[in-house]
Ligand binder design. Structure first.
Ligand SMILES: [Zn+2]
Length: 177
């Protein structure tokens, strides 16, 4: 069984194809370095909307309806299988030690080239290889306001992550036992 130290230190990806940790993504949210005004602080709330296959889904409402955002933890299955840690510990390991991929269904995500930028960082759930040469040729920023907001509140959803892990482990035990 792979140890935690293995997850955190044995990074064999070439640097240019490296994936993104939560803390790395957070470092890049500089509101002064966006192709437009930062509207993420105006979003009143983000709702956890369920979990599937290592991916947490959230709902970010707007005036009329809202958008779903997705945060995928690449090492979810490995952490899930490692019973050395309880569900809360595993959730924390995932938040701080797993590589993330994200997605938002809103038009801005594609329009401002964020999908392209995140694809370059190997952090897009759905890759986009079209360079945003009109709207964001200098590749400023990293994510739409919905994803920025979702990632900012992610630590508050450690309880939801732990519950999902607990439930999945119970399901595995029921089927396997
Ligand atoms: Zn969005």
């Amino acid at each position: 069984m792979k140890s935690l130290a293995h997850y955190l230190t044995n990074d064999k990806h070439p640097a240019v194809l490296d994936e993104e940790y939560y803390k790395d993504l957070m470092k890049e949210f500089d509101p002064n370095w966006l192709p437009h005004k930062d509207y993420s602080p105006l979003i009143p709330m983000v709702r956890y909307d369920g979990h599937k296959l290592g991916t947490m889904r959230f709902f970010v409402p707007n005036k009329y309806n809202g958008w779903q955002t997705y945060i995928r933890f690449n090492e979810w299955q490995e952490i899930l299988d490692d019973r050395e840690y309880n569900a809360s510990e595993s959730a924390r390991l995932l938040l701080w030690g797993a590589n993330l991929r994200v997605h938002c269904g809103c038009p801005a995500y594609l329009f401002w080239g964020y999908n392209y930028i995140l694809t370059q960082k190997d952090a897009a759930i759905i890759p986009e290889d079209r360079y945003p040469n009109i709207r964001n040729p200098n590749l400023k920023g990293i994510a739409c306001k919905h994803l920025v907001r979702t990632l900012k509140v992610l630590p508050f959803h450690l309880g939801d992550m732990a519950r999902a892990i607990k439930l999945q482990r119970a399901n595995i035990d029921r089927k396997g036992g």
